[in-house]
Design a protein around this ligand. Structure first.
Ligand code: ADP
Ligand code: MG
Length: 705
């Protein structure tokens, strides 16, 4: 079928591409049209301008190019399946080996003729060779250099190269795509943006990203394409935010109210500067008449609970109800216990609703919610169930947001007062690097508690192997004799659950044998296979100080607060991710005593795990760790984000490396929207069209969180 728009033309109409290759390009690279092809960028470049002397070729070089004369070309191996070619230049000789196209290649490489050979050097039987180098005619006599000496390298797969779409073929296809498609390319950025940001045109960028005339042209092209990508992404995220913040659908909470003041005045400590700032930010949102959608980030122990309580009390003070959802029963109970204490001076009724609350006990809670006498409800998912009807829900606080699914959040959304959406405060202790937060939560406002309450001592972190276990047990005994308590945590990875429970049991036995009851030790154990009563009983034994050691899986990961615990031992620490290790470490160091985190590692530790453990020992700052984690593993893998995922796949820009560019694109997108919120001005028509065409799939967090 012939299509008028050259960019919409299928790739099978390019020379050298038939239906079979077109199908391969579609299945392997999602490239269907000439336009798709132009937007498939090289991920690196090879400098074809430099020619190495054979004597200077090193076996560990990525790619090299030599200019050499064929000495001999002989069929070798069983049945002459292999072509061995010896070539030489002034400095030495080298063997080239071919397994495919043997006959054709042998005909071409006549002894005495000179070619350029380009490939990856290797060592075979102690000698340097190249397997399947590319073969080119030497540059014409007198030509000073090739035009365009940087050659793009495109993503490839075994199927692609097996189907004949080699690097060289790809370059040829791209040249054809440029020739037929480039004139039809429409500029996506308005003239004024190109001017203000000093960016090159899209046509220039596409030409030079594929066939750079020079290093400088290439960097201009890359800069333009990255900026455009980040700008359009931020524009689409911020656009939603603007639409929301202009809607007048928010529940107005104009005053602070007496409950807030009663709680505030009775606080046993002064709020940190960061807590005060964040509460101000939240207050401003609640007063604004617009719906709040705010993410509160703060390291473990930074005092998020207090912020949640005071925010909830503002809602109550304005005649609304508030709820707080925690990811686990243990956490919900702990929140309930803590928050009830803070609420004592206020007279606000607070209730706990979890899966294990009996039907009989639920009834009065449901009633209190319906008649408005319950001001604050704390709970787990149970709080989303249908019988839970609020008289006037005004604020929903979600602790550790990534554990809640999308539709669960939507159900919460539907429980708002008078059909209006409740204000939303999402709290997380998983530090998300700035660049990622801007993308993942681009449409949420972000508050950060970047200051710890006074009196917290740094946690001394060390990393030891099995050989030092006796020393570890001596150290634990010493700490216990000083009146402290110890966490011992085992990994529990879903796929190997059985093995992990076995490890946990063995570990528990081992601890019991070294810390026997007859010597006055009490060891508690908590894991996910216990009923919630047993879990609760054992947790309480530790929290109340009746047990000195708590052996557990990661159920204690989030939130549980035992200020007297000063040692965190993490078994098989190499199996945890950085941010999980960091969360666990945050369980200690909450009291005034010096505290310790001991990372026990197995015999076999990969290089990457080793780096993680070293990083843990080197820094206690969660944001620094998160940045490092992202650099090591890439943003897609970042813990706490796997479930949420990135809203878009970036094509050329990188959240890891292009943080500054991202910040610039974001602020510029804000600037554009502040003048033209729905991008209806004629000058912004190209961006509006580009946004539409990109079909950026942005998750609407305003609706779900
Ligand atoms: P997070 O939920 O951020 O991990 P929490 O809210 O549980 O942290 O607070 C950790 C501990 O610090 C709690 O024991 C809390 O009482 C205490 N705390 C909170 N804010 C302050 C403050 N401003 N000054 C002193 N202690 C505080
Ligand atoms: Mg907390």
């Amino acid at each position: 079928m012939y299509v008028n728009d050259p960019l919409e033309t299928g790739v099978q109409f390019l020379p050298g591409v038939g239906p079979r290759r077109a199908a391969l390009l579609a299945s392997e690279l999602s490239v269907r049209t000439v336009g798709d092809l132009l937007r498939l960028y090289p991920f690196r470049y090879i400098d074809r301008s430099s020619i190495l002397r054979i004597a200077d070729v090193r076996s560990d070089a990525a790619y090299v190019q030599i200019l050499a004369r064929v000495v001999s070309a002989e069929l070798a191996g069983k049945g002459g399946k292999r072509l061995s070619v010896v070539v030489q230049d002034d400095s030495g000789q080298m063997e080239l080996v071919f397994f495919r196209g043997v006959k054709y290649t042998a005909d071409r490489l006549k002894p005495g003729s000179v070619f350029l050979f380009f490939g990856k050097p290797a060592v075979f039987n102690g000698r340097l060779n190249m397997v399947h180098p590319e073969i080119d005619f030497p540059p014409a006599e007198g030509a000073r250099s090739f035009a365009g000496t940087l050659t793009g390298v495109y993503p490839s797969t075994e199927k692609l190269s097996g189907g004949g779409i080699t690097g060289k073929v790809m370059n040829r296809l791209m040249a054809a795509a440029i020739e037929s498609g480039l004139p039809a390319v429409q500029e996506t950025l308005p003239e004024y943006i190109l001017r203000e940001k000093g960016l090159c045109s899209l046509r220039f960028a596409l030409k030079h990203i594929h066939f750079p005339d020079s290093g400088e042209a290439l960097s201009r092209a890359r800069h333009r394409l990255k900026w455009e990508e980040l700008f359009l992404l931020q524009l689409s995220l911020l656009k939603q935010k603007y639409v929301l913040s202009r809607s007048e659908n928010g529940i107005p909470m104009p005053k602070v109210g007496p409950a807030f003041n009663a709680c505030f005045n009775a606080l046993p400590y002064a709020l940190t500067g960061a807590q005060k700032r964040v509460i101000k930010e939240i207050r401003a949102d609640l007063m604004s008449g617009h719906q709040m959608n705010r993410l509160l980030q703060g390291d473990v122990g930074s005092g998020k609970t207090m912020v949640a309580v005071l925010s909830a009390l503002i809602a109550v003070g304005n005649g609304y109800q508030a709820c707080l959802m925690a990811p686990t029963e243990v956490l919900a109970r702990q929140h309930y216990a803590n928050i009830s204490r803070y609420l004592a001076p206020t007279g606000v009724r607070c209730e706990l609703l979890t899966g294990s609350v009996t039907a009989a006990a639920r009834r009065p809670i449901h009633e209190g919610l319906r008649d408005g006498s319950v001001g604050i409800l704390i709970g787990t998912h149970a709080l989303l169930e249908d019988p839970v009807v609020f008289q006037s829900l005004g604020l929903a606080i979600i602790d550790e947001q990534h554990r809640f699914g999308v539709d669960q959040r939507a159900r919460l959304w539907a429980k708002g007062a008078g059909g209006r959406p409740p204000h939303i405060l999402v709290m997380t202790a998983t530090p998300i690097p700035r660049t990622l937060a801007m993308t993942l939560y681009g449409d949420l406002d972000v508050s950060v508690i970047d200051e710890m309450p006074p009196g917290r001592k740094p946690v001394k972190t060390m990393c030891i192997g099995e050989g030092q276990r006796p020393a570890l047990y001596r150290f634990m005994k010493k700490q216990i004799s000083l009146g402290r308590q110890v966490f011992v945590v085992y990994p529990l990875i879903f796929e190997s659950e059985k093995v992990d429970y076995r490890n946990l049991e063995v570990g528990y036995e081992q601890v019991l044998s070294h810390f026997p009851e007859r010597e006055g030790y009490k060891v508690a154990i908590v894991h996910g296979q216990q009923t919630s009563e047993v879990k609760q009983f054992n947790m309480n034994a530790f929290a109340a100080g009746r047990a000195q050691i708590l052996v557990s899986t990661t159920v204690i990961e989030v939130g549980v607060d035992v200020p007297n615990a000063s040692v965190m031992v993490i078994e098989s620490a190499e199996r945890f991710g950085l941010s999980q290790l960091h969360q666990l470490r945050g369980r200690v160091g909450r009291g005034s005593e010096a505290s310790f985190c001991v990372l026990m590692h197995g015999d076999k530790v990969s290089k990457e795990s080793r780096r993680r453990l070293d990083l843990m020992c080197a820094t206690e700052n969660g944001f620094d760790l998160a940045e490092e984690d992202m650099k090591m593993r890439g943003p897609g893998d970042l813990e706490g984000t796997q479930q949420s995922g990135l809203p878009v796949a970036l094509n050329i820009a990188s959240l890891v490396h292009d943080g500054d560019l991202l910040a610039d694109a974001r602020s510029y997108a804000g600037h554009v929207l502040s003048r033209d919120p729905d991008l209806s001005a004629p000058e912004n028509a190209p961006v509006a069209a580009a946004l539409q065409a990109q079909r950026i799939e942005v998750r609407d967090y305003s609706k779900i969180s």
